[in-house]
Ligand binder design. Structure first.
Ligand SMILES: [Zn+2]
Length: 358
């Protein structure tokens, strides 16, 4: 009996201690669809830049993104990742340094990838990009049900399959995708709503910049505690074989993330209590150079991904240069744990990535 009380007291002490040490109250997640780790860690691929069918404006694109050495090139392409996250946060997935991040799912395309990120489970039954209501419980709906987080979780996505991936019909999660009307009285959101219906659509869904501004203005007006922004252009331009556009979209998305991070630093609700995690749903080929465009089950190296994190609980380790292997499915529990929650689901949930919050 005595021992039981002691153990209970000890457990309580440890729990209180963990909560006390915890600084993160808000979480921002951003994904760049199908963004390869190769460009994240070494910038523009100089071989693909020279192949005319992939890079129409070879000299212009080279002027923007080419440089001698991987470190300079990656800084040109992703200035926020390499000037800010690499100094104050962490970057996982440089396989040239034997630091690996993998899809646990074997399919290596979008819906299975996003399902894995947000449910913590690589479900073999999730094997299509079709608009199917997801049966699995996701970590965002879980957080949305926690005290102080009710109706404080929001998703802004370019791709129109996200309402199905999160099954917002079942759980009432706020998911604004593609040209879902922005029904707000806020004048900025009304303007973005008008623009998203009138813009050209090079990738057939609203451009990422509208997804970003909708998310940013929503954040300013309604102060969500968890915000997920899902960009899409990189994947579409890669499939189209347009390497220059793929790089330009990646560069623009990096700038949008920087803009958001700068906003966070100027706002009392978010400053010093917000963690930002950036990742992707899948990689693309590289062993066979032409496969940079493609991904999926048949592309051997398309399950190779990357993760970046920055925030008050994340040690400034920069680029992780030690060997290791992380899985995409570990992100769901990481999102929950960094906010002080223990994500449970009807499926097995993979362990969180401790080094991000320890
Ligand atoms: Zn794709």
């Amino acid at each position: 009996m005595y021992r039981k009380i002691l153990i209970t007291a000890l457990g309580l002490f440890i729990t209180i201690n963990i909560i006390a040490q915890h600084k993160t109250e808000n979480l921002i997640i951003v994904t760049l669809d199908g963004m390869r780790w190769q460009e994240v860690f070494s910038g523009a691929d100089t071989t693909i830049l020279k192949i005319k069918k992939f890079t129409k404006d070879s000299s212009g694109t080279s002027n923007s993104f080419a440089a001698n050495g991987a470190e300079l090139r990656r800084q040109k392409l992703f200035p926020f990742l390499w000037n800010t996250v690499a100094k104050q946060g962490q970057l996982y997935g440089n396989r040239w340094l034997n630091n690996n991040v993998d899809n646990a799912n074997k399919y290596k395309f979008s819906y299975p990838g996003y399902n894995e990120i947000f449910t913590g489970y690589a479900d073999t039954l999730v094997n299509s990009n079709d608009k199917i209501w997801n049966k699995n419980t996701n970590v965002l709906e879980f957080i949305n049900q926690q005290k102080r987080y009710e109706n404080k979780v929001a998703v802004f996505a370019t791709w129109d399959v996200f309402p199905y991936i999160f099954n917002s019909k079942r759980n009432g999660l706020f998911v604004n995708a593609d040209v879902d009307t922005l029904k707000f009285k806020n004048p900025s959101l009304q303007l973005i709503n008008d623009m998203q219906f009138l813009t050209t659509k090079p990738i057939d869904v609203r451009p990422d910049v509208f997804t970003y501004f909708a998310a940013r203005e929503y954040m300013k007006a309604y102060k969500p505690k968890v915000l997920y922004i899902a960009f899409d252009e990189t994947d579409d331009f890669a499939h189209a074989g347009e390497y220059d556009q793929y790089l330009k979209s990646a560069h623009a998305e990096d700038a949008m993330i920087a803009d958001l991070w700068n906003y966070i630093q100027t706002t009392n609700e978010y400053k010093n209590k917000t963690t930002l995690i950036i990742t992707c749903d899948h990689g693309r080929g590289d062993i066979i150079k032409e496969n940079w465009q493609h991904h999926g089950e048949k592309v051997e190296d398309a399950g190779q991904i990357w993760i970046a994190a920055i925030g008050p609980d994340t040690k400034p380790l920069g680029e992780i240069k030690t060997g290791g292997l992380l899985y995409q499915k570990q992100l769901a529990a990481t999102f929950a744990t960094i906010l002080g929650f223990n994500f449970k689901s009807n499926n097995e949930v993979a362990a969180p990535i401790k080094s991000i919050y320890n």
